[in-house]
Write a protein that binds this ligand. Sequence first.
Ligand code: TYD
Ligand code: MG
Length: 454
Amino acid sequence: MAKSTTAFTCTACGASHKKWAGRCDACGAWNTIVEEAPLSQGPGRGLGAHKGRAVPLSSLQTTEAPPPRHLAGMDELDRVLGGGLVPGSAVLVGGDPGIGKSTLLLQGAAAFARRGLQAVYISGEEASAQVRMRAQRLGLADAPVRLGSETNLRDILTTLDNERPDLAIIDSVQTLWSDQVEAAPGSVAQVRAAAHELVTFAKRKGVAIFLVGHVTKEGQIAGPRVVEHMVDTVIYFEGERGHQFRILRSVKNRFGPADEIGVFEMTGSGLAEVANPSALFLSERGQPVPGSAVFAGIEGTRPVLTEVQALVAPSTLASPRRTVVGLDSGRVSTILAVLEARCGIPFAGLDVFLNVAGGMRVNEPAADLAIAGALLSAREDSALPPDAVLFGEISLSGALRPVAQAENRLKEAQKLGFSQAILPDSQKVEGAGGMGTRRIADLTGFVGEVFGAG
Ligand code: TYD
Ligand code: MG
């Protein structure tokens, strides 16, 4: 047997290197290079000497109808999948340990199974009895889901090949091991080999596969990002510890729009769908409070209102605190710098805390104006108009830039009882409905208009 030579792989981008280095040349990440057996020693089937065969090529035209999608009947899940499950697709579901991935997928499997699909749930983390107990508690015991408890990749593939279900759930990819790869379960080599084999199986046999992946503290699916490239759809299950809301977000989807979200609530009897997230995220609003701004956002194809909350207080620290939850902290720093440089409003010597209510994450640049609004309102100790929503992107010059889908944002705000919107001057709006619009050219104008100072 040929002696296997070791290679070094970057866990961030998957690039391979001849020798170890502190920094990956390919992606620039530090301390991400690990030693592993090269892939060709692993799961490949005779990648060796014989000549390849010619692949038949075809034209782009098709007479075939697109494959039917299967609906789970859980609207929040179906939407995030891009309008139902595509047969033979591979879906990666990532999230922190304990966030509810197993619960979601057990409920999803049961929902698909009750609609006549053959569903198999393979757990590598829990014994079948444990999964059965959970199913009982969730009221799913009668759903025709077939359960298995296994971590050996070869045995799992053989089982799936015999059963040929419509969908299979593998919980989790980090527990799998293949005897053809000399590395511990959970290592880059094992995770990559297992994902590769399962995705290939899904395509060849038309079995839709859900892979569960735990993410590390840095927010990456543990081990390689390469798993993300292999699968058709990547969805993350997010939420703040201590909040009962869980957000399912598609970050990649070959079969539908990405950035769709589904909102769930973790209850004593599993995950409950939240059909109107705006109402939920705003439900705690009472009297107008300084530091609160309502952002009219868009998540995927759906408008969602969220409340940005800020607290600004004198700091005793040499470098004041900037604590940001649910927003991009780089974005927040930029907005603080623009407020300081363009409007002459300093935040030096002040601690800044920013938070999106309800455990939601907002990534849209359109949230800039709401962030600035919350910051200014907290700093001036003056509440924004309670019936107003805000949206608009802030450029480095302090000017406000228009954003997409203004009409949808306004419609959602109106539906939830808001009567005015503060938005960029340059924003085109075709029909604001009954909403009043306050148009602002730049951040200085915003300070003058809303806080009566310039
Ligand atoms: P789980 O699905 O096991 O998380 P993951 O697979 O992502 O690691 O969910 C575990 C958490 O969910 C656990 O802390 C308890 C909570 N939970 C409920 O609150 N209600 C329920 O009905 C269930 C099944 C779990
Ligand atoms: Mg789990």
